[in-house]
Design a protein around this ligand. Structure first.
Ligand code: GLY
Ligand code: MN
Ligand code: MN
Length: 432
C-alpha cells in the first residue's frame, strides 16, 4: 500500500521551520469544444495525497508547535455530481485522506493568507503556471497588508521541487511493486504485439492491441503515447502518428507502457514484421542489444547515472565501426561525438510516477550516484535515416531501440520488464 501519510511526513521534515508548502492538483484539459482529455492527476499532488480529483489544493504548514495538513477540494453538490460524478467533499476528506482540515476549494483565496502568516518561506511549483503563481503571490500580498498588526509576512519563495523530487526519486517497496506490475503487464502486451503482427496491418492496430491487453489486465491508462513505428518511422524518436501500413521486411519499433495506480512502465522492443530479421537488421540489432546488456551491467549502487550511457556509447561506436557505418578510431569517434549521427539520445532516464521521472541527474556538477530504490530506463538505439548518404544503402531506414525498466538494488539491479524477449533467437522463436 502506498503510504501517503509517510510521503507528507517526510516532506514536512525536510521543509524549513515556519514554512508553508502549496501544491495544486492537475486541471482538466479541453480536447475540443465540450470534450476533455481523460484526467490525469499531477504526480506530486498524487504522491502526497493519493487524491484523484481535479480542482484541489494541498497546503502543508510547518510551525514550531505543530504541523498542519490542509486540503481544499470540490464541495459535495448533488446537482454537480449528477453531471460529473462522485466528489469526496471536505467532510469525508479529513477521514479518508488523513488531513488535519479540509475546506471547499472556493475558500482557498480567503484562507491561504491565514496559513502563510508568520511563515518565512513559501514552497510551491513556481514558474509552471502564471495564473497559479499569481494566486499565491496575491495571498502573500494580503499577508503583507497585515504586518502592522504584528504578523510577519513570508520573505522567500522557494521551489518545492528539490525537496519533493529527491523524495520521489527513491522508491518505496510499495511503489516498486506497482512499477513491477506495470512492467509485467506491458511486457505481455509487447509479446502479444509480436505474436499478432503481419505485413499489411496498420501501426495503430498494434497500438490498439497493446491498449486492449493492458486494459484487460487492469491497467486503464498508458504512461505516455505509444510509439509504433514500422520501417523508417522507427528512426523518428517521438513518432506517434502510428498510421502507416506495415510492410514485409520492415522492422517495427514499439515503445509502449501502461500505468498502474499512476506508476509508469516504459518498454521498447524492435522486431521484424515477417518474423525474420534480415542480415543487416540482425547485425545492427545485435549491436544495440550488446550495448543495452553492457549498459544494464553498469546499473548498481555506487556507479553514477552516466555509467550505463558511457558503456552503451562504447559498444555502439565499436559496432558501427565494425560494420563500416563509421570509420576511424573508436576513442576519437566518441570524443568527437560522431556516433551521434546514429545514436542521438541518452541511454535512460528516471522513471516513477512520471515516465520521465523527477530527481536531479547531477549533484554539485557531478553525475549522481545510483542508489537502491531508484528506477531508471536503459534504452540505447541505432537510427540510420533513409537519407543518410554517408553509409551503404543497405543500412538506411533501419531504426532500433531496446528499452527496459531497471531497479537499482543493494546487490546491483533487477530488470522489471525482463519478460519480453529481446535476443534475435528468442524473438524469432516467439514469432515463428
Ligand atoms: N517512452 C519515452 C521514452 O522512452 O523516453
Ligand atoms: Mn520508451
Ligand atoms: Mn524511456
Amino acid at each position: 500500500m502506498l503510504n501517503f501519510a509517510e510521503h507528507k511526513e517526510a516532506l514536512l521534515q525536510n521543509m524549513a521551520n515556519n514554512s508553508v508548502a502549496i501544491i495544486s492538483s492537475a486541471s482538466l484539459q479541453v480536447r475540443n469544444r465540450d470534450a476533455e482529455f481523460p484526467f490525469r492527476q499531477d504526480s506530486d499532488f498524487f504522491y502526497l495525497t493519493g487524491f484523484t480529483e481535479d480542482n484541489a489544493v494541498l497546503v502543508l504548514i510547518k510551525k514550531a508547535d505543530k504541523n498542519e495538513i490542509v486540503l481544499f477540494c470540490q464541495p459535495k453538490v448533488k446537482e454537480m455530481e449528477i453531471w460529473t460524478g462522485f466528489r469526496l467533499g471536505p467532510d469525508a476528506a479529513v477521514e479518508v485522506l488523513g488531513v488535519t482540515e479540509a475546506h471547499p476549494i472556493d475558500d482557498l483565496h480567503q484562507r491561504l493568507p491565514e496559513y502563510m502568516a508568520d511563515c518565512g518561506q513559501v514552497y510551491a511549483h513556481w514558474g509552471n503556471n502564471k495564473e497559479w503563481d499569481n494566486k499565491i503571490i496575491h495571498a502573500i500580498e494580503k499577508v503583507k497588508l497585515k504586518v502592522r498588526t504584528g504578523i510577519t509576512a513570508p520573505t522567500a519563495m522557494l521551489a518545492i521541487e528539490p525537496l519533493l523530487h529527491e523524495q520521489r526519486l527513491i522508491k518505496s517497496q510499495a511503489e516498486i511493486s506497482l512499477m513491477a506490475k506495470a512492467a509485467q503487464i506491458s511486457a505481455q502486451a509487447h509479446i502479444k504485439a509480436m505474436k499478432m503482427v503481419k505485413p499489411g496491418m496498420f501501426e495503430y492496430m498494434l497500438e490498439g492491441e497493446i491498449r486492449h491487453h493492458c486494459a484487460m489486465q487492469g491497467a486503464r491508462f498508458d504512461a505516455y503515447s505509444s510509439i509504433v513505428g514500422s520501417g523508417d518511422n522507427a528512426c523518428i524518436l517521438h513518432y506517434t502518428a502510428n498510421d502507416q501500413e506495415i510492410k514485409d521486411g520492415d522492422l517495427i519499433l514499439i515503445d509502449a507502457g501502461c500505468e498502474i495506480n499512476h506508476y509508469a512502465s516504459d518498454i521498447t522492443r524492435t522486431f521484424p514484421a515477417n518474423g525474420r530479421f534480415s542480415e543487416e537488421q540482425k547485425a545492427l540489432y545485435q549491436v544495440v542489444l550488446d550495448a543495452q546488456l553492457a549498459a544494464i551491467e553498469q546499473v548498481r549502487p555506487g556507479n553514477h547515472f552516466n555509467h550505463p550511457h558511457e558503456a552503451a556509447v562504447q559498444v555502439i561506436t565499436q559496432g558501427l565501426v565494425d560494420l563500416g557505418l563509421l570509420t576511424g578510431k573508436v576513442g576519437e569517434l566518441i570524443e568527437s561525438e560522431a556516433y551521434k549521427s546514429f545514436y542521438m539520445h541518452k541511454t535512460g532516464h528516471w522513471i516513477g510516477l512520471d515516465v520521465h521521472d523527477v530527481g536531479a541527474y547531477k549533484k554539485d556538477g557531478q553525475w549522481r550516484e545510483l542508489e537502491p530504490g531508484i528506477v531508471l530506463t536503459v534504452e540505447p538505439g541505432i537510427y540510420v535515416a533513409v537519407d543518410e548518404t554517408s553509409v551503404d544503402e543497405k543500412w538506411r531506414g533501419i531504426g532500433i531501440r531496446i528499452e527496459d525498466d531497471v531497479l537499482v538494488t543493494d546487490m546491483g539491479h533487477q530488470v522489471l520488464s525482463k519478460d519480453v524477449p529481446k535476443s534475435i533467437e528468442d524473438i524469432q522463436t516467439l514469432m515463428a
